[in-house]
Design a protein around this ligand. Structure first.
Ligand SMILES: *[C@@H]1O[C@H](CO)[C@@H](O)[C@H](O)[C@H]1NC(C)=O
Ligand SMILES: *[C@@H]1O[C@H](CO)[C@@H](O)[C@H](O)[C@H]1NC(C)=O
Ligand SMILES: *[C@@H]1O[C@H](CO)[C@@H](O)[C@H](O)[C@H]1NC(C)=O
Ligand SMILES: *[C@@H]1O[C@H](CO)[C@@H](O)[C@H](O)[C@H]1NC(C)=O
Ligand SMILES: *[C@@H]1O[C@H](CO)[C@@H](O)[C@H](O)[C@H]1NC(C)=O
Ligand SMILES: *[C@@H]1O[C@H](CO)[C@@H](O)[C@H](O)[C@H]1NC(C)=O
Length: 343
């Protein structure tokens, strides 16, 4: 009796210490914290990844910016509601026990990033992997951006069954663009399509066949290996060549479906502050279906990587600043006998 009374407070102290210690290691942002376009972002410990409001169009998008070499070598690796209009500079984000709220204006509409009906949100962290994570007080993950990829996955991230990566419109417009890569649940194949409402076989332009019914996901590990994984085997899509490894460098990897349809594997050297493209799928850019738009055709340039889109005779570019947007007739249709309007 007296022994258990003595031990009781010690057990309480131990129990309350263990989870608090582990949570505080991972927690950077506590509930009650507010972010606005004019305030700083929520940075990862290295400062490389910034969760916050990033300029988009004439406003801001809420997302994660990867600073490869600040300020002008950056990649937006994720954004929220990419197909909504950019938000104004009076928008705010607040982490509360009910989730992660986005207020479009002080008294305006609310577009939650994550809502937690049990009010168990404890804290959040921007991790150096590029993942933004919300934890409960037991240090369990309630929500993470790695589960909601847009056009990019980072080393350590997975494209789960039936999920897709959708290209952005351009490097400055991060709305959904023309192309996507899908980890197909129907046949376990990994397929890239010119975007349409339905994935039709005739719109595909690149694929990895699984030859097995058990594929569960496309995995991308921290060493830059891209593969399809199943219970019994894995099918390698890409391995980092030996000559790209460098003992003195700190390298992380990403994979992105580009605005013009190729899937690119990147390595990012965090000491030298450089990025390089290790691989492109499909290698021939002109194999990307629809890359040039209507009334045009594709030829490869000297460097074999940038396609050149040329208009058919009698046509001119729809958009002289972007040759990927197709072509229109450059002549005025002349009088056609037998086609005169009835008076
Ligand atoms: C981005 O592109 C989409 C689709 O073309 C367009 O509707 C949207 O207005 C663009 N957004 C911005 C900020 O320019
Ligand atoms: C930014 O880009 C410009 C033009 O590409 C380049 O001259 C300049 O050195 C870059 N600045 C930094 C800090 O990287
Ligand atoms: C990555 O490479 C390191 C060093 O070669 C190795 O120890 C580790 O197991 C690899 N990780 C994965 C996920 O393959
Ligand atoms: C690395 O190896 C690849 C394939 O073997 C080769 O194409 C590439 O030029 C090499 N890169 C360097 C920097 O040696
Ligand atoms: C290795 O990385 C260091 C530091 O970034 C760089 O100076 C060196 O040239 C690299 N070596 C190779 C073989 O890439
Ligand atoms: C790379 O960027 C980091 C962070 O911005 C900076 O501290 C470092 O000096 C840069 N290294 C080089 C070689 O420019």
């Amino acid at each position: 009796m007296s022994l258990s009374l003595l031990l009781f407070p010690i057990i309480i102290i131990l129990q309350s210490m263990i989870p608090t210690a582990s949570v505080s290691d991972d927690c950077q942002i506590s509930t009650g914290t507010i972010l606005s376009p004019s305030s700083s972002s929520w940075f990862s410990p290295s400062g490389r990844f910034a969760f916050g409001f990033h300029p988009e169009g004439d406003g801001f998008t809420v997302g994660i910016l990867f600073n490869i070499m600040a300020p002008n070598n950056t990649m937006l690796i994720w954004n929220h509601n990419r197909d909504y209009a950019p938000v104004s500079n009076s928008a705010t984000i607040k982490l509360t026990k009910d989730g992660l709220m986005l207020l479009l204006a002080p008294e305006g509409a609310q577009h939650d990033l994550f809502s937690d009906s049990s009010s168990s949100t404890h804290c959040a962290s921007m991790l150096d992997s590029g993942n933004f994570v919300i934890f409960n007080s037991n240090n369990n993950v309630l929500w993470q951006t790695f589960d909601l990829p847009t056009d990019t996955i980072m080393g350590g991230q997975t494209l789960k069954n039936d999920k897709k990566l959708v290209s952005s419109v351009s490097d400055t417009n991060h709305s959904s663009g023309k192309f996507h890569l899908r980890m197909q649940a129907s046949d376990n194949n990994l397929v890239m399509y010119l975007r349409g409402d339905v994935d039709r076989a005739e719109y595909n332009y690149w694929y990895v066949l699984s030859h097995t019914a058990q594929v569960t996901a496309m995995m991308f590990d921290r060493n830059g290996t891209l593969y399809l994984s199943s219970i019994s085997q894995s099918i390698t899509i890409f391995n980092v060549p030996e000559n790209n490894t460098n003992n003195t460098a700190v390298i992380i990897y990403s994979v992105r479906i580009e605005p013009h349809g190729q899937l690119q594997v990147y390595s990012h050297d965090l000491l030298a502050n450089t990025s390089k493209v290790l691989q492109r799928f499909p290698e021939d850019h002109c194999m990307v279906k629809g890359v040039c738009g209507h009334n045009s055709y594709c030829i490869l340039s000297e460097d074999q990587t940038t396609p050149q889109c040329l208009c058919l005779p009698g046509f001119e570019y729809n958009n002289p600043n972007s040759h990927y947007d197709g072509c229109k007739t450059s002549f005025i249709p002349s009088y056609c006998p037998g086609n005169e309007p009835a008076e």
